[in-house]
Design a protein around this ligand. Structure first.
Ligand SMILES: [Ca+2]
Ligand SMILES: [Ca+2]
Ligand SMILES: [Ca+2]
Ligand SMILES: [Ca+2]
Ligand SMILES: [Zn+2]
Length: 654
């Protein structure tokens, strides 16, 4: 890295500032070193753009310019897959440096003590290392101590190296997973207020600010569509079911709990009694042999504890329960983290902001200066505990959201934006820093100021608090909650795609495409009718014409099939004809571990010119109750990836 300095002889700091302001060298001024003495140097290495041009503006005002030798070693700017994930497979590691380097060799990267087999790349990268075959379990990655990677300075600076780890586990239902999920629901934590605090008062809320800077956040998520009370929304968070039945959805998709207190019973015999047992994130995690905990601050949530713990009579899916104050709960969490006893899934509820809102008003001085300060400080204790024990902390994702916001002294109106607009943040293993949370999901989009019903088909759904249950199961590499219909498709960190053609580097390299040429995305290398980009999105092979996503009619009787790729979910859509009716869902096909042939039958009376379409990944919303699928694979989970539709084929009786 080159450090460019302007030396301004004989000028004091005030004079230097005014000089640069006059001459437009704004960046120089902001970074000017105001130490005493007659010579002042401004370090321009951090300048956002075109420091040399700004420098010239200053120089024309009398400043002298020199260039210091580059003494900054190169560093790894990004690694893919991101460190400390559980991976279903690991064949390549891609590394991008923060400046051009030389001397990168395959043997420079050791994987469980074995050197990488090959490396490709140049300049700053990306360098793609092909790995030797790995066995299941911990994968330790180390830059070899003898590596000779340097930058191109004279004299060269040696790359500092480093180490990180993965866990290889072919048994997970997703491409990647994390070991621990902490799901923190902060009662009454409205974006309306939080947005102001983190934007305008970051020094008063350093840990909330840190959550936004180091995590993937949005201030524009939504509480449930019809209800903005705590118990209905926490039922939704934990079951990923809407409170009420959305228009056009079947009557077994919602949990139906609309009351606000604890009725002394359970979710199973309350609300929507057409669903006699309402599974939760606790069921999925516990049934896969992983530990769970429920840490809460408000007595009415005992309703939820009773619903899924041994305290009730229906279920025993929660391993540990604490009903304490926020401070005491964080004590318990910090203990669990520091002693390597953290539960794989922890639900935690903090009530302080809601209580303060009801008593002193949402956005009041007490709300911001007392309650939100407390939230910030306790969040800081969690960050510190995770940093102090990397064995747990490196492998953890923290999700922070709210059940609802508030306005004045209450939160009863679910159509008030101050109430329905809530934050949704992810922070930790594999979560990119400082990005919009929406960029991590294939089937969720920022709704602007709109309030969008769950059954919307015209616009993508926003992130709802209701999504968090299935987000937690996805992050843990587990299938969705049985009976749930809201399944956010988590893409995670976008893989390197420096030519911007939509196909990640490692995928292109492994298939002989050019990671520096975006035009190969539109080519159909194997002439099977799908472009290379479509093949990437469909999970098929771009150099194998037999590997293709296409509906094929079996006979002229409304029966057709397609080959489903491993770990892909699909929806099959139909439409009465070109320009007739609208696309509607005929069937969903869940993801499965194996490639297989899926056969679909259209149970409706056949007509001339009906159209069918297969889409991956699966579209939101329930499929109709009609028995549309003849042979479908075992239910599994949706996979990552973009959404694309392919190949329309007419089938009729004519
Ligand atoms: Ca690419
Ligand atoms: Ca390319
Ligand atoms: Ca092709
Ligand atoms: Ca192909
Ligand atoms: Zn409340």
């Amino acid at each position: 890295m080159t450090t460019v300095c302007a030396t301004v002889a004989g000028l004091g700091p005030e004079r230097l500032l005014s000089l640069c302001q006059v001459l437009g060298g704004l960046t120089l001024c902001l970074l000017a070193n105001a130490s005493s003495g007659s010579d002042h140097r401004a370090d321009l290495s951090q300048a956002p753009s075109e420091p040399v041009i700004q420098l010239r503006a200053c120089r024309s005002g009398g400043a002298g310019v020199n260039t210091l030798p580059d003494q900054t070693p190169p560093a790894a700017a990004a690694v893919s897959p991101p460190p400390y994930l559980i991976l279903r497979r690991l064949t390549n590691i891609t590394v991008l440096f923060d400046e051009p380097v030389v001397g990168v060799e395959a043997t420079d990267l050791l994987i469980n003590g074995q050197p990488a087999q090959q490396v490709s790349g140049s300049g700053a990268g990306p360098y793609v290392f092909s790995l030797p075959a790995l066995s299941t379990g911990l994968v330790q990655v180390v830059w070899a101590p003898w590596h000779g990677i340097t930058d191109t300075a004279d004299p060269p600076n040696l790359f500092g190296g480093g180490t990180w780890a993965y866990e290889l586990n072919p048994g997970i239902a997703t491409e990647f997973a994390v070991r621990y999920v902490i799901h923190l629901s902060i009662d009454g934590f409205g974006s309306w207020y939080l947005g102001d605090y983190v934007s305008n008062w970051p020094s008063f809320f350093p840990n909330l600010r840190r959550l936004f800077d180091e995590g993937a956040c949005t201030l524009n998520a939504r509480c449930d569509y019809t209800h903005s009370f705590s118990i209905p929304n926490h039922c939704s968070q934990l079951t990923s079911r809407p409170v009420n039945q959305p228009d056009g959805w079947v009557n077994t998709t919602h949990h139906g709990v609309t009351f606000t207190g604890d009725n002394g019973r359970t979710i199973h015999d309350s609300g929507n009694t057409l669903v006699p047992y309402k599974a939760s994130v606790f069921d999925v995690v516990h049934d896969h042999g992983l530990s769970t905990a429920f840490l809460y601050t408000k007595d009415s949530l005992t309703f939820l504890v009773r619903s899924w713990s041994a305290e009730g009579t229906r279920s025993n899916k929660i391993d540990q329960v604490f009903r304490l104050s926020t401070l005491q709960l964080v004590d318990e969490l910090v203990n669990a983290i520091s002693s390597n006893r953290l539960w794989r899934y922890t639900f935690m509820h903090w009530n302080d902001l809601d209580e303060t809102g009801h008593r002193y008003g949402w956005g009041s001085t007490t709300y911001s200066n007392i309650a939100c300060q407390l939230v910030d400080a306790q969040l800081g204790r969690i960050f510190n505990a995770l940093a102090a024990n990397p064995e747990v902390g490196n492998w953890t994702v923290l999700i922070v959201l709210a059940d609802h916001g508030g306005a004045r002294w209450d939160h009863s109106d679910p159509t008030d934006p101050r109430i329905y607009t809530v934050p949704f943040c992810l922070w930790g293993a594999g979560i990119p820093a400082g990005v919009d949370a929406y960029s991590l999901f294939a089937n969720r989009a920022d709704p602007g100021t709109n309030r969008i019903p769950y059954s919307s088909t015209s616009v993508p759904l926003p992130l709802y608090g209701t999504d968090v249950g299935n987000l937690a199961t996805t992050l843990l590499g587990l299938p969705p909650i049985p009976g749930s219909t809201l399944i956010p498709v988590f893409k995670g960190q976008p893989e390197f795609d420096l030519d911007g053609d939509g196909m990640p580097e490692a995928w292109e390299v492994a298939r002989g495409l050019d990671p520096a040429d975006p035009t190969d995305a539109g080519l159909d290398t194997d002439l099977d009718g799908l472009s290379n980009l479509q093949e990437y999105l469909a999970g098929t092979e771009p150099r194998d014409a037999r590997s293709v996503l296409r509906l094929t009619a079996l006979r002229a009787g409304g029966q057709f099939s397609f080959s489903a790729a491993p770990h892909r979910s699909y929806s099959v859509l139909w439409r009465e004809g070109v320009g007739v009716g609208r696309w509607a869902k005929l069937a969903d096909v869940e993801a499965a571990a194996q490639a297989r042939q899926v056969t679909i039958v259209d149970p409706l009376p056949l007509t001339e010119g009906r159209l069918y379409q297969v889409v991956t990944p699966q579209l939101a919303g329930p499929a109709p109750a009609l028995p549309a699928i003849l042979r479908s694979p075992r239910a599994c989970t949706v996979d990552c990836g973009g959404q694309a539709s392919f190949e329309v084929l007419a089938v009729g009786n004519g």
